[in-house]
Every structure is written in C-alpha cells, then in structure tokens.
Design a binder for this molecule. Structure first.
Ligand code: SIN
Length: 287
C-alpha cells in the first residue's frame, strides 16, 4: 500500500518539504516515483526527522540511478559511494562553500545529490539553492536564443589540481589532488531537462572556465554576467538543517552553496550522488 506524500512549497522558484515518508524503509516503486516527480518539479526537496545509516542512505539513492564514487574525495571505508562532509570546530574552510553544481566537470555529470545531516551546528550552516531554470527563463528571448548555441568547458582543476589543497589544508576530509583533475568536459550552456523538458543554464562559478571557441577574456565577460544573474535572490531558497534532515537536489537545474557561518562548531553531513543511467547524457571529453 502506498501513502500519498505531503508536499509544501518553500519558495517561489524552487524547493519543497516532503512529509509522510521514512527514507530508511524499503519504499515501494510507487512512492519512489512520487518522490522522483516531486524532485523534478520542485528541483530540490527536503525531508525532516529521518534516521539514515550510510547503508540506508546509499540504498535510497540507488533507487534513482547508479551512485557516483567521487574521483577526488574519499568515500567512507567499505562504502566508497558515501562521502562524509565534515567541518571540525577548528577548521576554517568548508566543503561546497561557493555556488556550484555537483560534478559538472565530468563528461556525464550527476543528476542529483542526497545530503543527510548527522550533526549540525547550534546556529548557521544552512545551504542555499538557486534554480537555474528560473534564471534561464528570466533572460531576454534574444540572449536565451544565443546561449542555446553555445557550449562551455568545465574542469575540476580549480578545486582538485595538484597544489590546490596544500595551500588550503582540510584536516577532516581526504581530498586527493590529481593530475587528471585538469581535464575538461564540454556541456551545452543551456540544457533541456530530460524529465521536465524545462531549459536551464548549465554553467557554474566553481567548475565552468570557458565558452567553447571564445577567448578567456570574452568567456569571462559572459560567464561573470551569468554567474551574477543566476544567484539573484528571486531564484533561491534556503534550508536550515537539523540532525536527521535530508535534501535531494537536481544538479541538472540547481546550484547550491554551503554557508560557512558557524565558526567553532562542528557540522557533519553525508552525501550520495546519483549518476545518470549509463549512456544517457554522455558528453564529449576534451584534454
Ligand atoms: C555540497 O556541496 O555537496 C555540500 C553542501 C552542504 O554541505 O551543505
């Protein structure tokens, strides 16, 4: 027997809180289909008061597609598809502290990420989300048309190339610096969502470095404009975590930003990242 989910919108552009489901259970296919429909429609969905072991989080994530093993961030021992995102009280930097879309540097980037809060600070540590579908729809028809003819190069070099983290040590997360991180993946600047049919901007400040065929200077001018445009308040929602909260966001149309405003406190999250089904969405790889 299936239970109809409760769905409460959180903001104008994206985000909804879902009630009436225990994510740790073996959910029937109908409930998974309802969750997937809410995820596609609202772009990021939130759950409260869950109790997810790493195994159950991975099992839930695997209902939506194959789980990614991050090429540069070590997963849990024995459970490499589950990444622990920890900031200790003495640490200054946080993981994900800038607008980005997970794994856009891969030829076939992730469709979604599921983040679960194990331990949260007493205050602060919220995550912001921004709808890149709403950002695209707010542009003029002329610019929309031009952007749809462009491709952009994405790379993990800025985050994971050799030398990057020696200057910015992270004690609690094992982040590898890899020669391979300097490779680039090329994606359309505007992607049509394969499930909703909605168009969304697909460039982000963390990983997008260039418009294909344009000089660095030309690319910077357009990308700076798009980055500024895309983070407008009207396109965002904000989630305040509590232990047991979970979020499932659509990396195909959403940016996110982990706020670093809780000095001296500990924050402990776990993430699984869902890949597209093999063969779907493969993109050309360069370099
Ligand atoms: C991430 O970028 O995946 C982390 C987001 C967060 O910790 O809020």
């Amino acid at each position: 027997m299936t239970v109809k989910l409760g769905i409460r919108r959180l903001a104008g552009a994206l985000g909804a809180e879902i009630t009436g489901v225990d994510l740790s259970a073996e959910l029937p296919a109908e409930t998974i289909a309802e969750i997937r429909a809410a995820f596609v429609e609202h772009q990021v969905i939130f759950f409260r008061d869950q109790s997810l072991s790493p195994e159950r989080q991975a099992a839930f994530g695997a209902r939506f597609g194959p789980l990614n093993i991050h090429p540069y961030v070590a997963g849990m021992a024995g459970q490499p598809e589950v990444m622990e995102i920890v900031k200790e009280p003495a640490e200054k930097l946080n993981f994900g502290g800038g607008w980005h879309s997970d794994m856009s540097f891969l030829p076939a980037p992730s469709i979604g990420s599921i983040l679960y809060a194990v331990e949260t600070p007493e205050w602060g540590g919220d995550t912001l989300f921004a709808s890149q579908a709403a950002a695209f729809e707010a542009l003029s028809p002329g610019l929309q048309a031009t952007l749809q003819t462009l491709n952009a190069a994405h790379t993990a070099a800025g985050e994971y190339a050799p030398g990057r983290h020696s200057a910015r040590p992270r004690q609690s997360m094992r982040i590898a610096e890899a020669e391979g991180a300097v490779g680039e993946a090329v994606h359309p600047v505007v992607k049509v969502h394969p499930e909703s049919g909605r168009r969304a901007l697909y460039v982000n400040p963390a990983f997008t470095v260039r418009i294909e065929g344009w000089s660095r200077r030309e690319s910077k001018a357009l990308l700076d404009f798009l980055f500024e445009h895309s983070r407008q308040e009207a396109f965002t929602c904000r989630f305040a975590w509590r232990p047991g909260s979970a979020a499932f966001w659509d990396n195909r149309s959403v940016w996110h930003y982990a706020l670093n405003d809780y000095p001296g406190q500990r924050r402990h999250m776990r993430r699984v990242t869902v890949d597209p089904q093999p063969s779907a969405g493969a993109q050309r790889r360069v370099a």
